[in-house]
Design a protein around this ligand. Structure first.
Ligand code: ATP
Ligand code: HCS
Length: 921
């Protein structure tokens, strides 16, 4: 018998494996046939390898999956869809054309391994009782080719082994015994066996169209995925591209940032910047410390050092903390620079010459001993309302009333304790009423086309509604940008005139070509990040400052403002030491990425949210550890332990393609959420993808498939022996009995290999989902992203966020060493952290109320009643939240003082309203 014919006989056994259980992976028969034909028929096959490979590839990726799909569809629904039929015809036409051109085999004048493999694949279309007769009847050349091979002696011999011949009924029966689907698209449940998919784990449904698109993208990645740009230095705007300029509010240097500050500005902007970079957008993210103003002077006084020393110390501290939090600025600068002075003064001159600066007189307290005017924070005295002795220049800590410093009784300088005098001082004002029309038209356009968080719109509109008022932009201080106008040169600019100009001067210190970013509104999109209290300065005052120069400045196009992050039940407070501050977070030993994750999970996007230690533990242990970490670790461990760390072949079945579509859908939601600065929702998309991954693994149980049932394990041992023996069949003309034994052994082997191959597809796909997740988590958890990619040995090119899910880890790719990504946080750890941070609270001035003093009680009762009326009035007039909330906070504070004075626990007090009523019920 010629060698190829013997091989053919072997191939007939492959036919048994492939067609009875159609799900048998092509690789088995392909490899077997290839082994025999390539190694033992060197004559006649040499030189054709590439063409043969192409055909084999085509069979593996297009024909075989298609035939599987057809058979499954026929078996489960009794029909095939129009889409499937169209696709089938496309493939048959291709074969028909090729067989027309080649007289015998597909690759030339002889039969090759490609003919044998494709012939085997096509059997379901040509066998007895096939429902596809009509479809194939139109392809005469293909039919001739098929029959020509069928009539060859080895083929008929092989077919005889299949109980005389193969019928579609047998294929159907075999398919019905397949445990490969947990639910078909029409909802029909398939039979289950020990290898079955766990039908209790169901994934959401996706449409045919979504599935088809996801599959197409998966199959042709090179057409769709862009290459990530290199990060240049300096980054400058580019023609014809989206140029994204990102700023986050410049933190003051009078303290160490707390978690509220971090999520409110630098972290949110960082996530957005990282996302933009991964979307291949030309992005620049700048920030720095805000170093001028009374806050710095006060701190310097407190610490007994110069303001410059304070700035240097805290600039270093902020830099360290943000580094630990992995905030990836393109440049982190500071405002006390020459560039700041030059730019702030130049802008001032433009405003002045354009007629937008007014001069006016202001009454202020002056300390003659210290020889300076006293800013509100530098003066204390008796409250004109409640007679409290230690009232501050801006507000009374006892009755909570806002105070004009000149109204304080017996005022005293905080520094030297001597009595200041009232003096008139001349100041400069920005003529905001005159600038308002310019601002209105800028905002009208940008509110429509840009991204402004809804709180930022509400706050801005509330400022504009009643008409803007002139705003003082100078201060009688030393520590600030000097006012250059004659007659005012002993003054400095007000910190809120100065600070946002810091964005520009910081960019100028980054690159001397800074104007390309800041005087380029047609090419640059500006995104400002901050918390709600900073909004008016960025949406009203700073834009007016820039518009008033009449130069072509890049003015805010997008503004994302968070609400507040509270700490447990109250506010973060630097002065009282309540809450977790930058270095505290580091000292807990919990990785920065876990902090980042939790802060972003809680990001106060539409209302205040609260940091809670219990919830922190819960989110770490459930979402990070049990969901994300578990999925990635499981997927990688499978590849490592069962596939020698090499990504297996993936032959996608219907449910795999549906998973592709689900992941793609979530990926697109993720992109949409991040592009629209809905950072909280983006995290949920990541967790959903990982949850799908877990469900998929759970449903398919690759650990069972890969090891096989006990019976299969037993058979495997024997099969290795049989298999070697069976190889002999090819070379020696052995009796039929031996061939039958071989057939049987191959069938069993086929089942096992099919299950193993199936497990390979599952873990290969899971590993690719892990790779996608490593990129999607990058804006949120950059270190975790790196660790996953190291464990996956992922190609650097995977670091791009694209709207299609494509394989990054191809069969044969070797992964690294998997290890757990997250650690469990123990309740005992959380308990001790709770104690530690609650214990830092210093006695608050606000609650230092004499207990049991009847005068104090009656004064506070009156104050509570008045403030209660005030809150009710604001609510009934439907005032803005930004007005109502401080009033409620003040009411709560007064009630707490009253409770203390009455000898009750102030912790049980609420501000009133619905919650109280409910409690009473
Ligand atoms: N709890 C918070 N949640 C979110 N953002 C905050 C929070 N507190 C402050 N921010 C933001 O952090 C930045 C720095 O604020 P700032 O230095 O005034 O902190 P602070 O805690 O309010 O200070 P202080 O208690 O001294 O008034 C600002 O953008 C501010 O809007
Ligand atoms: N230093 C200010 C922001 C200036 S952009 C603040 O921290 O609120």
């Amino acid at each position: 018998m010629p060698v190829w014919a013997a091989s053919y006989s072997l191939c007939a056994n492959a036919v048994t494996c492939r067609c009875l259980p159609v799900g048998l992976q092509y690789k088995i028969s392909q490899d077997r046939c290839r082994y025999i034909l390539e190694d033992h028929t060197s004559t006649g096959q040499g030189g054709l390898t590439t063409v043969i490979d192409e055909w084999l590839e085509w069979e593996a990726t297009q024909l075989q999956p298609m035939i599987q799909k057809l058979c499954m569809s026929q078996t489960s629904t009794g029909k095939v869809t129009q889409n499937l039929e169209t696709e089938l015809k496309r493939l048959l036409s291709h074969l028909d054309n090729s067989t027309r051109n080649n007289p015998i085999g597909l690759t030339g004048s002889d039969i090759s391994v490609a003919d044998i493999v494709i012939w085997c694949s096509l059997l379901p279309l040509f066998c007895h009782e096939t429902p596809f007769t009509d479809v194939v009847s139109g392809y005469s050349h293909l039919q001739e080719w098929f029959q020509r091979i069928r009539q060859m002696a080895p083929a008929s011999a092989a077919l005889k082994q299949l109980k005389g011949d193969l019928s579609f009924r047998e294929i159907k029966m075999s398919l019905q015994a397949q445990p490969l689907f947990y639910q078909s698209s029409d909802g029909t449940k398939q039979t289950t066996t020990s290898h079955a998919v766990d039908s209790s784990v169901t994934l959401p449904s996706v449409s045919e169209e979504e599935t088809r698109k996801a599959e197409a993208a998966w199959n042709s990645p090179s057409d769709t995925v862009p290459i990530l740009r290199r990060r240049e230095v300096p980054i400058l705007p580019k023609d014809g591209e989206r140029n994204i300029l990102i700023t986050s509010a410049l933190p003051y240097v009078n303290n160490e940032p707390h978690l509220g500050n971090i999520i409110g500005c630098v972290l949110s902007a960082d996530v957005f910047a990282r996302f933009c970079r991964l979307r291949n957008l030309n992005t620049l993210y700048v920030c720095g410390t805000d170093e001028y103003g009374t806050a710095t002077e006060t701190k310097a006084m407190e610490e007994g050092v110069t303001p410059q020393e304070i700035c240097d110390k805290y600039n270093r501290l902020h830099t360290e903390i943000y580094k630990w939090f992995n905030i990836n600025f393109d440049y982190f600068g500071r405002t006390t620079t020459q560039a700041q002075t030059e730019i702030a003064q130049e802008i001032f001159w433009k405003l002045y010459h354009n007629g937008y600066i007014l001069k006016d007189r202001v009454e202020q307290l002056q300390c003659e001993k210290c020889n300076r005017f006293l800013a509100d924070r530098f003066v204390e005295g008796i409250c004109p309302f409640c007679m409290y002795e230690d009232a501050r220049g801006d507000q009374c800590d006892k009755c909570g009333k806002l105070i004009n410093a000149v109204e304080l009784k017996e005022p005293r300088c905080k520094q030297c304790n001597s009595r200041p005098v009232i003096k008139t001082s001349h100041h400069l004002f920005m003529d905001l009423p005159k600038l308002q029309p310019l601002l209105d038209s800028h905002l009208a356009e940008n509110f429509e086309h840009g991204l402004f968080s809804s709180n930022s719109k509400i706050i801005t509109k509330s400022w504009l509604r009643d008409g803007l008022k002139p705003r003082c932009i100078s201060r009688d201080l030393k520590w600030g940008t000097p006012v250059p106008l004659e007659g005012y040169t002993d003054k400095v600019f007000y910190v809120w005139y100065d600070a946002p100009i810091g964005y520009i001067s910081i960019t100028a210190n980054y690159t001397d070509q800074w104007k390309q970013w800041w005087l380029n509104p047609n090419k640059v999109e500006l995104f400002n990040f901050m918390a709600k209290d900073n909004v008016p300065f960025h949406s009203v005052i700073f834009p007016c400052t820039l518009l008033g120069t009449k130069d072509n400045w890049t003015v805010v196009n997008n503004l994302s403002a968070t609400e507040y992050l509270n700490y447990e039940d109250g506010k973060f407070s630097k002065s009282r030491g309540v809450g977790v501050f930058g270095r505290d977070a580091k000292n807990t030993g919990i990785p920065a990425d876990v902090w980042r994750f939790y802060l972003l999970y809680l990001r106060p996007e539409s209302q205040d949210s609260a940091f809670s230690w219990d919830d922190f533990l819960l989110k770490n242990n459930s979402e990070l550890l049990n969901n994300l970490g578990n999925f990635i670790n499981r997927a990688l461990m499978f590849v490592s332990n069962n596939f020698a760390s090499s990504i297996p072949d993936m032959v996608l079945q219907r449910e795999d393609k549906e998973l592709l579509a689900l992941v793609t859908k979530e990926l697109n939601l993720y992109i949409d959420n991040l592009a629209n600065i809905r950072l909280r929702d983006g995290i949920r998309n990541i967790l959903t993808i990982s949850r799908y991954g877990n469900q998929y693994i759970q449903a398919h149980k690759p650990w069972v498939k890969v090891k096989g049932t006990e019976i299969e394990k037993e058979r495997t041992k024997r099969i290795n022996v049989l298999n070697s023996a069976a190889m002999l069949v090819v070379y020696v003309d052995v009796p039929d009995d031996a061939t039958k034994t071989f057939c049987h052994s191959l069938t069993t082997l086929g089942t096992i290999i099919r299950h193993r191959a199936r497990a390979g597809t599952i873990v290969g796909l899971a590993a690719n989902i892990a790779c996608l997740l490593s990129v999607l988590v990058q804006p949120y958890m950059p270190e975790v992203s790196k660790t996953i990619q190291t464990q996956l040995n992922a190609p650097p090119s995977c670091n791009i966020i694209h709207h299609e899910f494509v394989p990054q880890l191809l069969p044969g790719h070797r992964i690294g060493k998997p290890s757990p990504l997250f650690q469990k946080i123990e309740p005992s750890t959380i308990e001790s952290l709770k104690q530690k941070f609650a214990g830092k609270q210093l006695p608050s001035k606000k609650t230092s109320v004499p207990v049991g003093d009847p005068n104090t009680i009656s004064r506070l009762e009156k104050a509570v009643a008045e403030q209660g009326n005030e809150v009710r009035r604001l609510k009934s007039e439907k005032k803005d939240k930004s007005e109502i909330e401080p009033a409620i906070a003040k009411l709560l504070d007064l009630k707490q003082q009253l409770a203390t004075a009455q000898g009750c626990d102030p912790g049980t007090v609420t501000s009133g309203g619905k919650k109280d009523k409910k409690k009473k019920k």
